[in-house]
Design a protein around this ligand. Structure first.
Ligand code: IMP
Ligand code: MG
Length: 188
């Protein structure tokens, strides 16, 4: 297996720096805390991209809440675009019936992944079901999916860092970067 390049070699530009991310996440945390004040809250993090966002966000939510994790895969692995139907590769362990559920995602592109996840979860009869995404590529939307909380609206560029990967690497970066497509062609 060949070694991945240092991130500097595939980075075209920093799109959202660390300070801007943390500032916005604090605002989202405050908003969520207000909206769910006095209510029970379960946050479902979609693996693996949303992990960094979840851990920073939950530290900015000052009401009691629980977390769980779900992993999904689009049918047609390796494709760069969502196929529209997802399959659960790791399910949550929590019974969500009659609970206020907030899905936390890294990025919404076509919206097809989130639409499928919401349909799957809705069938389990939560009390409420909302979504929160750090990044939103609204211009690419194919599915009309309701998203209550959005960190940043971004242009149609392939991004990485802060949970988002390029072929599984670079999730650790504390900022969101744009891929230099002349130097790196992501395979998904
Ligand atoms: P959607 O079903 O088209 O909304 O796809 C959303 C998923 O595609 C995200 O959870 C990411 O895994 C992936 N994705 C979409 N755009 C990007 C990107 O710019 N960088 C990294 N992953 C992305
Ligand atoms: Mg993802």
């Amino acid at each position: 297996m060949s070694m991945p390049l240092p991130y500097q070699d595939v980075l075209a530009e920093v799109l959202v720096d660390e300070d801007s991310l943390q500032k916005r996440i604090a605002e989202l945390g405050q908003q969520i805390s207000q909206d769910y004040a006095g209510e029970d809250l379960l946050i479902i993090c979609i693996l693996r991209g949303a992990v960094l966002f979840l851990t920073d966000l939950m530290r900015k939510i000052d009401i009691p809440h629980t977390i769980d994790f779900m992993a999904v895969a689009s049918y047609g692995e390796g494709a760069r675009e969502s196929s529209g139907s997802v399959r659960i590769t790791m399910d949550i362990r929590t019974d969500i019936r009659d609970r206020n559920v907030l899905i936390v995602e890294d990025i919404i592109d076509s919206g097809l992944t989130l639409a499928s996840v919401m349909e799957l979860l809705e069938a389990r009869h939560p009390k409420s079901l909302q979504a929160c995404t750090l990044l939103d590529k609204t211009s690419r939307r194919k599915a009309d999916v309701p998203i209550r909380y959005v960190g940043f609206d971004i242009k149609d560029k392939f991004v990485f860092g802060y949970g988002l990967d390029l072929d599984e690497y670079y999730r650790d970066l504390p900022f969101i970067g744009v891929v230099d497509l002349e130097k790196y062609q992501p395979s998904e």
